[in-house]
Design a protein around this ligand. Structure first.
Ligand code: 5AD
Ligand code: SF4
Length: 446
């Protein structure tokens, strides 16, 4: 049997796309190969969000240079966000002759046809579309886990934050019909999936148009809160999560769902990006720190023990020490359960690329370290509160270092390790926390 391997860079959206690509390759008769250099087909699904991801991609691509030493008939395919930028296509054409097929984020559904052409013709095929069409339905998927699944509800982004490349690589917002989303969730539940993660660049602005199917609970335009309410009723789904939420679009209706829906996890990822109003304005985020804090207050009122995580960028152009102190101040006020912190990375083609007051590298790094220290301090304190608590844990698999130890996640998305039998994988079991560490918990099955 011919084999494939997919290397995925970047966010959950890309991971979900890779599941579709894997499903397509398996439908074409290819089997999974764990070693990427040995596979007959190697797909690299790229990410553009920061320079680091660009560099890692070129590093991996470089390792595929010598097919004769590795696998003479190998087909190399490259797709994802980087391929939506001409600069990278030109570079691949000029310097990477071993790439056989290049396609983008908007024509992923056409991969089987493009792939067959590339395999038959033995010449490089580059086909990238500028804009997205309505989201293609009915594509296959090879899901990573049987018990938890990503469900994409929308694609693209209309927000044009000034640092971000995503609106240029993923196009405008397009929402799937709510009936299609519900149908996918029902199928997953019927197959035993317990947890679903609804995905979109900005799920709060979901606006799906009903396809009018018979018996549908939807009509006309559906908002995110209404979609959540219907998904909450699907039998078998015990945990619902979503990401990402833009603070400017989170409605009271969505906030109330945390208090009223039985299966919505008490956890939200709410990127703040910065605590300084001046920086937020230059980032084009459409909210200020007071508004962000008022959302946090409402969330905690609706659901007192909700876990809140965030994304923060340090060193955005023009960020002063005072601006940075406002970010630290906001972090102390919110007391995040966890945070993804990023050093600002110039992205070609974004408005912030042209800003002249770029922050020196050493200042960015120094601020980054201070921010991470503060976040970890708070995280440690918050984690300590779980000591001796009994928490339901969805068991994901054996721990990487010891197969007698299982690893799983709490409702708040914290990792818990505990001794247990592999027959528990995929089940939600009660675990008493005996050791609460900053990033993970250790427990005993009860
Ligand atoms: N530099 C650094 N971080 C960025 N992000 C997006 N663009 C950039 C950039 N140019 C971060 C944001 C976003 C997360 C997915 O990546 O915090 O929420
Ligand atoms: Fe990028 Fe802003 Fe859109 Fe998020 S909301 S994908 S940060 S432009």
């Amino acid at each position: 049997m011919k084999t494939y391997h997919i290397v995925t860079f970047g966010c959950q959206m890309n991971e979900r796309d890779s599941e579709t690509l894997a499903g397509m390759l398996e439908d074409m008769g290819y089997g999974y190969c764990p070693q990427f250099k040995e596979a007959d087909v190697c797909v690299l699904n790229t990410c553009s969000v920061r320079e680091n991801a660009d560099k890692r991609f070129y590093g991996v691509l470089g390792q595929l240079k010598n097919p004769h030493e590795q696998n003479p008939g190998r087909i190399v395919c490259v797709c994802g966000c980087m391929m939506q930028q001409q600069i990278h296509i030109d570079k691949l054409k000029a310097k990477y002759p071993w790439v056989d097929l290049v396609f983008g984020t908007h024509n992923l559904h056409d991969f089987p046809r493009l792939f067959r052409n590339a395999a038959d013709q033995h010449e490089k095929i580059v086909e990238v579309w500028k804009d997205g069409e309505p989201i293609a339905e009915g594509l296959p998927a090879k899901r990573e886990y049987p018990f938890k699944a990503y469900v994409s509800i929308m694609q693209g982004c209309n927000n044009f934050c000034t640092y971000c490349i995503v609106p240029y690589t993923r196009g405008r917002e397009r929402s799937r019909a709510p009936e299609k989303v519900l149908e996918e969730v029902r199928c997953l539940a019927a197959a035993g999936t317990k947890e679903i993660m609804l995905l979109g660049q900005n799920v709060n602005s979901y606006a799906g148009i009903s396809d009018g199917s018979e018996g549908s609970p939807f009509s006309g335009k559906t908002g995110f809160a209404q979609l959540l309410k219907e998904i909450d009723k699907v039998e078998g789904i015990e945990r619902i999560r979503f990401m990402t939420s833009h603070p400017k679009d989170i409605s009271d209706d969505i906030i109330e769902c945390f208090g009223s829906l039985q299966h919505l996890c008490r956890q939200i990822h709410l990127p703040v990006q910065a605590g300084s109003d001046r920086v937020l304005k230059r980032m084009n985020r459409h909210y200020d720190s007071a508004h962000y804090l008022s959302i946090v207050e409402k969330l905690r009122k609706a659901c007192p023990d909700i876990a809140i995580s965030t994304d923060i960028i340090v060193g955005f152009p023009g960020e002063t020490e005072e601006d940075f102190m406002s970010t630290l101040d906001l972090v102390r006020k919110v007391r995040y359960d966890s945070a993804f912190t990023f050093i600002y990375s110039v992205r070609h083609g974004t408005p912030a690329e042209k800003y002249e007051d770029q922050v020196p590298e050493e200042v960015k790094h120094e601020r980054f370290n201070r921010l991470v220290e503060e976040i970890h301090r708070i995280q440690e304190e918050k984690s300590a509160a779980f000591q001796d608590a009994v928490l339901p844990v969805l068991v994901e698999g054996p721990s990487k270092t010891d197969d007698k130890i299982l690893t799983g996640r709490t409702e708040s998305n914290k990792t818990v390790d505990f001794p247990g039998d592999q027959s528990l994988i995929g089940k939600i079991v009660p675990v008493r926390i005996v050791k609460a560490q900053t990033f993970s918990l250790y427990g005993k099955l009860i």
